[in-house]
Ligand binder design. Structure first.
Ligand code: NOJ
Length: 533
C-alpha cells in the first residue's frame, strides 16, 4: 500500500474549468468565490483533489492557456488572497489543489513577449522565444512549414518583419526552453504555487516544449521529431521533480502527454520524472470490448516497469462530452467535437457513460473527472457562432466546431437559465440549453437513479473498498463482449458491451450497477461492481 503522501497514486481528481463552474458576482463568468461556495458539493461528491484549469491573469485568447502573469489571478476570477483561501478551505474538507502550468507558451501580453517586441530583432529579449526571419525574397514566407494545432501556420509576422513561432494561437508565443531564464522562471512559478499549498501541478502540452533549434521543416516520419517528444525534455522534468521533492509533503507532477507510442509515454513516468500522466489512449478508445481490453492491458503493461500508477480519463475541457461521444454510431474519439451534427443517441450514450464510469473508477490507479461529467451533461452542439470563443473554431473558419460545446456553464438548480450558475439575471458566457432544467445538480441529488447519484455512490465505495484505487487487477475469463476483472481483496467489476445479457460469477453480492440487472444477468451496456467470495 502506498504512503499517504503518495495520495496521487489512487486519487479521484475533479477538473474545474473555473469560468464555467459557478459565478457569484453575476458577470457571467465563474469565479473562485463560486468554487468556494460549492466546496460542500465537491466534498459530498467524494473527490480527493481539484485540478484548476489556468486561473491566472490572461487575455483569455485560449480560455486562460495564454498566461500573462502566473503570480496574479484573473480579475474576473478573484484575487490571489482568494486563491489562497480556496486552497486552504478545500484542504480543510480533505480536498487537495492542483494548478495548471503551461510551459510551452505564454500570452502575447506577457511582459517577456512585450519586451521582445519592443527590443527588436537580434535582441536578447527575443531569445526567450522563437523569432526568425522569413523565407522568400523579402522574408514574406514563414520560416518553416509547421502548422498551428488550432489551424493555419504556426508563425505570425510582426511589424519589423520577423516571425515568431506559436504552435497554438498567435496570442500564445512559444517559449525557447534552451534559454536558462525560461527554465529558472518556471521553477520559480512552481515554487510560488507550492509555497501557497498547491499539492501538485498539471503540465500543459508536456511533451511539446522542446524544439529543434534549427527549426527544420516537418517531414513525415521525422525522428527525432522537431517539436514533439524530444529527448532533451526529460531533463526539464527531472529538474522539476527535484523542486517537487524539496517540499514536505512532496508535490505531484501530472503531465498532459499526448503520444501515440505508449512506451515513449511511459518514459515521462520514470522514477525521477513525472508522477503520473493522463491516459488518452483510454479516453480515445471507442465503446468496443476488444479495443478497451487492449487499451487497459497496454496501459498497465507500460506503467508497471516504471513503477507509476495509471490514470483513467473519460472527459476534459478539450474533448466531446462522454455521453455524446458514446451516443454516436462511430463511438470513436472525435477530438474537439469533430463529429458535430452526426446522429447521436443520448440515451444510449448515457447508458454507456454510466457503465464507463464504473469501469474507470474500478481500474487500478487514479481517475480524473471533468466538471459536469457527474451530471451526465451532453456536448452543446448548437452554440450560435457569435458566442464561440475557442480559437480552434476561429482559426479554421468554423470548419472545426472547437471545444466550447463541452465548456458551457454548469446547471446547478432551478428550471431556467442561468440554473443557479450565477444570481438571477446572469447571462452565462456561453448560453445553457433550456432542457438542462432536467439535469441540474439539485434535481439529480434528489433522484437515486441519476448520474450524480451513481458517481456519488461509486466514489464513496471507491474510498471504502480497500481493493480500489492504486494496486493490481486480474482479468477473469469471459466472453469476447465482456470485460471482467478482480481487484484484491474480493472485489469484481464486470462490463457487458455485447447485445446479449451476460451471466455473473456465482456467490457474488452486487455492490453497485450502472443499470438494473435482469434475472440476475448483466444487460447490454451495463457495468456492475461485485463483492466476491
Ligand atoms: C492543452 C489544453 O488542455 C488546451 O485547452 C489548450 O488549448 C492547449 N493545451 C494549449 O495550451
Amino acid at each position: 500500500m502506498h504512503q499517504p503522501h503518495e495520495w496521487w497514486r489512487g486519487a479521484a481528481i475533479y477538473q474545474i474549468y473555473v469560468r464555467s463552474f459557478a459565478d457569484t458576482d453575476g458577470d457571467g463568468v465563474g469565479d473562485l468565490a463560486g468554487v468556494r461556495s460549492r466546496l460542500p458539493y465537491l466534498a459530498e461528491l467524494g473527490v480527493d483533489a481539484l485540478w484548476f484549469t489556468p486561473w491566472y491573469a490572461s487575455p483569455m485568447a485560449d480560455g486562460g492557456y495564454d498566461v500573462a502573469d502566473y503570480r496574479a489571478i484573473h480579475p474576473a476570477f478573484g484575487s490571489l488572497g482568494e486563491a489562497e483561501k480556496l486552497i486552504s478551505e478545500a484542504l480543510a474538507s480533505g480536498i487537495r489543489t492542483i494548478v495548471d502550468i503551461v510551459p510551452n507558451h505564454v500570452s502575447d501580453r506577457h511582459r517577456w513577449f512585450q519586451d521582445a517586441l519592443a527590443a527588436g530583432p537580434g535582441s536578447p529579449e527575443r531569445d526567450r522565444f522563437w523569432f526568425r526571419e522569413g523565407r522568400g525574397e523579402r522574408g514574406e514566407l514563414p520560416p518553416n512549414n509547421w502548422m498551428s494545432q488550432f489551424g493555419g501556420s504556426a508563425w505570425t509576422r510582426v511589424p519589423d518583419g520577423q516571425w515568431y513561432l506559436h504552435r497554438f494561437a498567435s496570442a500564445q508565443p512559444d517559449l525557447n526552453w534552451q534559454h536558462p531564464e525560461v527554465r529558472r522562471e518556471h521553477e520559480e512559478v512552481l515554487r510560488f504555487w507550492f509555497d501557497r499549498g498547491a499539492a501538485g501541478v498539471r503540465i500543459d502540452s508536456a511533451a511539446e516544449v522542446i524544439k529543434d533549434p534549427a527549426l527544420p521543416d516537418l517531414v513525415d516520419g521525422a525522428d527525432p521529431h522537431p517539436y514533439l517528444d524530444r529527448d532533451e525534455i526529460h531533463d526539464v522534468y527531472r529538474d522539476w521533480r527535484k523542486v517537487a521533492e524539496s517540499y514536505t509533503p512532496p508535490r505531484a507532477l501530472i503531465g498532459e502527454v499526448w503520444l501515440p507510442d505508449p512506451e515513449r509515454f511511459a518514459r515521462y513516468l520514470r522514477p525521477d520524472e513525472l508522477h503520473t500522466a493522463f491516459n488518452f489512449g483510454f479516453l480515445t478508445c471507442p465503446w468496443d470490448p476488444a479495443r478497451l481490453r487492449e487499451a487497459i492491458t497496454t496501459t498497465l503493461a507500460v506503467h508497471t516497469p516504471v513503477g507509476a500508477p495509471a490514470t483513467w480519463v473519460l472527459a476534459n475541457h478539450d474533448v466531446t462530452r462522454t455521453v455524446t461521444r458514446y451516443g454516436r454510431a462511430d463511438t470513436g474519439f472525435d477530438f474537439a467535437a469533430k463529429a458535430h451534427g452526426t446522429p447521436t443517441d443520448l440515451a444510449l450514450g448515457t447508458r454507456r457513460a454510466r457503465a464507463a464510469a464504473l469501469l474507470s473508477l474500478a481500474l487500478p490507479g487514479s481517475v480524473y473527472l471533468y466538471q459536469g461529467e457527474e451530471l451526465g451533461l451532453p456536448e452543446v452542439e448548437d452554440l450560435p457562432h457569435s458566442v464561440i470563443e475557442d480559437p480552434m473554431f476561429h482559426r479554421t473558419q468554423g470548419a472545426d466546431p472547437g471545444r466550447d460545446g463541452c465548456r458551457v456553464p454548469l446547471p446547478w438548480s432551478g428550471d431556467a437559465p442561468p440554473f443557479g450558475f450565477g444570481p438571477e439575471g446572469t447571462q452565462p458566457w456561453l448560453p445553457q440549453p433550456r432542457h438542462w432544467s432536467a439535469m441540474t445538480a439539485e434535481q439529480q441529488v434528489a433522484d437515486r437513479g441519476s448520474m450524480l447519484s451513481l458517481y456519488r455512490t461509486a466514489l464513496r465505495l471507491r474510498r471504502s473498498e480497500t481493493a480500489l484505487g492504486d494496486g493490481q487487477m486480474t482479468w477473469l475469463p469471459s466472453g469476447p463482449q465482456v470485460l471482467s476483472f478482480t481487484r484484491d481483496p474480493g472485489f469484481g467489476c464486470v462490463v457487458n458491451l455485447g447485445s446479449e445479457p451476460a451471466p455473473l460469477p456465482p456467490h457474488r453480492q452486487v455492490l453497485l450497477s450502472s443499470a438494473p440487472l435482469r434475472d440476475g444477468q448483466l444487460p447490454t451496456d451495463t457495468a456492475v461492481w461485485l463483492r466476491l467470495p
